[in-house]
Design a binder for this molecule. Structure first.
Ligand SMILES: [Zn+2]
Length: 67
Protein backbone atom coordinates (compact mmCIF):
# COMPACT_ATOMS: atom_id res chain seq x y z
CA UNK A 1 0.00 0.00 0.00
CA UNK A 2 1.52 3.30 -1.09
CA UNK A 3 1.97 6.03 1.50
CA UNK A 4 -0.22 9.09 1.65
CA UNK A 5 1.05 12.50 0.68
CA UNK A 6 -0.57 15.89 0.91
CA UNK A 7 -1.26 17.71 -2.33
CA UNK A 8 1.06 20.73 -2.42
CA UNK A 9 -1.76 22.80 -3.86
CA UNK A 10 -4.97 21.95 -2.06
CA UNK A 11 -3.58 19.65 0.64
CA UNK A 12 -5.82 16.67 -0.07
CA UNK A 13 -4.40 13.29 0.87
CA UNK A 14 -3.31 11.35 -2.18
CA UNK A 15 -1.70 7.96 -2.61
CA UNK A 16 1.61 8.16 -4.37
CA UNK A 17 4.67 6.00 -4.51
CA UNK A 18 7.68 7.30 -2.64
CA UNK A 19 9.59 7.13 -5.90
CA UNK A 20 7.20 9.56 -7.55
CA UNK A 21 7.42 11.80 -4.52
CA UNK A 22 11.18 12.01 -4.87
CA UNK A 23 10.97 12.59 -8.61
CA UNK A 24 8.54 15.47 -8.10
CA UNK A 25 10.80 16.97 -5.42
CA UNK A 26 7.89 16.86 -3.00
CA UNK A 27 5.63 18.81 -5.32
CA UNK A 28 2.82 16.30 -5.30
CA UNK A 29 -0.42 17.31 -6.93
CA UNK A 30 -3.71 15.49 -6.87
CA UNK A 31 -5.43 14.62 -10.13
CA UNK A 32 -7.68 17.68 -9.85
CA UNK A 33 -4.79 20.08 -9.37
CA UNK A 34 -2.83 18.33 -12.12
CA UNK A 35 -5.65 18.95 -14.58
CA UNK A 36 -5.86 22.57 -13.53
CA UNK A 37 -2.11 22.99 -13.86
CA UNK A 38 -2.09 21.43 -17.31
CA UNK A 39 -4.95 23.68 -18.37
CA UNK A 40 -3.10 26.73 -17.06
CA UNK A 41 0.06 25.73 -18.89
CA UNK A 42 -1.88 25.17 -22.09
CA UNK A 43 -3.45 28.61 -21.74
CA UNK A 44 -0.08 30.20 -21.01
CA UNK A 45 1.45 28.48 -24.03
CA UNK A 46 -0.70 30.64 -26.26
CA UNK A 47 -4.30 31.19 -27.15
CA UNK A 48 -5.73 29.98 -30.38
CA UNK A 49 -5.32 26.30 -29.74
CA UNK A 50 -8.77 25.74 -31.10
CA UNK A 51 -10.06 26.88 -34.46
CA UNK A 52 -11.79 30.20 -34.90
CA UNK A 53 -15.38 30.38 -33.97
CA UNK A 54 -17.59 31.67 -36.74
CA UNK A 55 -20.81 30.08 -35.69
CA UNK A 56 -23.84 32.14 -34.85
CA UNK A 57 -25.67 32.49 -38.12
CA UNK A 58 -29.29 31.64 -37.74
CA UNK A 59 -30.83 29.47 -40.37
CA UNK A 60 -33.54 31.19 -42.44
CA UNK A 61 -37.09 30.09 -41.80
CA UNK A 62 -38.16 27.42 -44.20
CA UNK A 63 -40.79 29.00 -46.37
CA UNK A 64 -43.54 26.52 -46.76
CA UNK A 65 -46.41 27.99 -48.68
CA UNK A 66 -49.69 26.66 -47.61
CA UNK A 67 -52.32 26.00 -50.07
ZN1 LIG B 1 -4.80 19.16 -5.12
Amino acid sequence: MPPLFACSSCGVQIERATRSYLQQKGQMLCSTCLDRQEAAEAAAAGPGAEGPDGEGATAPPSGDGGG
